[in-house]
Ligand binder design. Structure first.
Ligand code: XMP
Length: 516
């Protein structure tokens, strides 16, 4: 990251909320990064953060394998805020006592404020405020170096402060929305205590990044695979802004795209940006490879391999290319960082992996510090149309994993038409922003129907709509009956090849979002 930007360091002890802390801080326009709890002290000193936050953890400080830090961190004269386990760890390392709560405190609770300076600046003393608790341990005895600045019914030490050092601890989670004034508390830590500047803005990010890319790439050539999705489009537009014509984008039509998608992607790139776009029609090639294949994993592997082959062939045509740009996001990086720490969540990534190793190109990942919502803001700031910026995710293997069984040109045509109706009907509803993904799946099952006076024997189609934050878990979205009726009526009447429509009412887990 550019040196002039101030940052907050979050040490991850494995809490499910660690990313949320980072997002809240960035919403306050302060840059922050998450590091595993065991980052060496000298690296922390080198990073020179304005403040440090110790996250929560599923562990207890008394566990044999509890994640610990060195006490020296408290004497760096850098303000520290411990959240939940982070606070218990501070108390424990100063010789206080942490004990099991009589009952696990989970959910809404109230704390009474006793000192409204520092992190409670702007609050009223003796007042109660609502917070969100999620802990099984609590501080039983406070070390003498600390005093209490807020109490809850369950704990006399709900918020603590060191007498001489800039150390703070909160038993609750200020980062979750169920702590309504949590953002004010975090802001107070950032601005009252750490004296941060609000210098993390998307405009500033663009300026810095453009310069960084220019410095790194110089007059060398860069290649970037684009799919029309938000991440690859943002990467392309950003790099194009930095190096102009030296960027070439390759858009591979694998024949598994949605209705009119290939035309749309080409048009968007042509109309909105002056970017070299190479369109590769590989439709026949992919379909040939998929002939007779029914097993989902096999389909995925064939599509992935073929994509790399096509991309490689195209990129190699231009011998001057030295860099490959990819849309890796910050959560992808944290997942791999967290392997070193105790975090339990490990996501399986479906992106175009493997490209750099096989191609021997230098990698540039200009979005690797950003969260998805920041990428969207960046996209808007770069002038990318909002319907692309807010596009629903679409899997790399495309419609192939939404056609159960063998993929054929004919089935693709039927699914494309049906999917277009689902997309249009739901896409124009007000509630569409609440839905993470909505699409159709073609099932290789024939059912009997009646059309006019004639018996029909045609395919079954499923509709899927889910709400989700990140695709890792999802709930089936309760589409209004009226919408379902409109969709099924239109599909059965307008599309030859489908005579029955069903709605998928499964959540993830135990189901997945895609059917294959
Ligand atoms: P699942 O089906 O695993 O999907 O619940 C979770 C999210 O990931 C998307 N997905 C993919 N994205 N390549 C991708 O780029 C893939 O192979 C792939 N498979 C699933 C899916 O659409 C959902 O958003």
């Amino acid at each position: 990251m550019t040196e002039s930007i101030e940052q907050i360091l979050i040490l991850d002890f494995g809490s499910q909320y660690t990313q949320l802390i980072a997002r809240r801080i960035r919403e306050c326009q302060v840059y922050c990064e998450i590091y595993p709890f065991n980052i060496p002290l000298k690296e922390i000193i080198k990073l020179g953060p304005k403040g440090i936050i110790l996250s929560g953890s599923p562990s207890s400080v008394y566990d044999v394998k509890a994640p610990f830090i060195s006490k020296e961190i408290f004497h760096l004269n850098i303000p520290i805020l411990g959240i939940c386990y982070g606070m218990q760890l501070i108390a424990h390392l100063f010789g206080g006592m942490v004990e099991k709560s009589k009952k696990r405190e989970y959910g809404k609770a109230f704390i009474t404020l006793e000192d409204c300076t520092t992190i409670f600046k702007g609050f009223k003393e003796k007042k109660k405020i609502q917070v969100w608790m999620s802990h099984g341990d609590k501080i039983g005895k406070l070390p003498p170096e600390f005093y209490t600045i807020a109490k809850s019914q369950n704990s006399p030490f709900a918020v603590i402060k060191a007498r001489k050092l800039p150390l703070y601890g909160v038993q609750f989670h200020p980062e979750v929305v169920h702590t309504p004034r949590g953002k004010e508390i975090l802001s107070n830590f950032l601005f009252e205590i750490c004296k941060c500047r609000q210098d993390w803005t998307i405009k500033g990010f663009i300026q810095n990044k453009v310069q960084e890319i220019r410095d790194e790439v110089g007059d060398k050539k860069v290649v970037c695979a684009v799919s029309g999705g938000v991440d690859s489009t943002v990467v392309a537009v950003l790099i194009n802004r930095a190096i102009g014509e030296n960027l070439t984008c390759i858009f591979v039509n694998n024949g598994l795209l949605r209705k009119e998608e290939k035309e749309e992607v080409v048009r968007i790139f042509k109309e909105n940006f002056k970017i070299n776009l190479k369109y590769v029609d590989a439709e026949k090639r992919f379909l040939k490879k998929l002939k007779g294949i029914v097993e989902p994993e096999e389909k995925r592997k064939i599509i992935g391999r073929e994509f790399i082959k096509v991309f490689e062939e195209e990129a190699k045509k231009n011998r001057e290319i030295e860099y490959l740009a990819q849309g890796t996001l910050y959560p992808d990086l944290i997942e791999s960082i967290s392997h070193k720490g105790p975090s339990a969540t490990i996501k399986s990534h479906h992106n175009v992996g493997g490209l750099p190793e096989t191609m021997n190109l230098n990698l540039i990942e200009p979005l690797k510090e950003l969260f998805k919502d920041e990428v969207r803001k960046l996209g808007l700031e770069l002038g990318i149309p909002s319907h692309i910026v807010y596009r629903q995710p679409f899997p790399g293997p495309g419609l192939a994993i939404r056609i159960l069984g063998e993929v054929t040109g004919e089935k693709l045509e039927i699914l494309r038409e049906a999917d277009a109706i689902v997309t249009y009907e739901i896409g124009r509803k007000k509630y569409v922003r609440e839905i993470w993904q909505y699409f159709a799946i073609l099932l290789p099952i024939k059912t009997v129907g009646i059309m006019g006076d004639e018996r029909t024997y045609e395919n079954l189609l499923a509709i899927r709509a889910v709400s989700s934050k990140d695709g890792m878990t999802a709930d089936w979205y309760k589409l209004p009956y009226k919408t379902l009726e409109e969709i099924s009526g239109r599909i059965i009447n307008e599309i030859k090849g489908i005579n029955r429509v069903v709605f998928d009412i499964s959540s993830k887990p135990p189901s997945t979002i895609e059917w294959e």
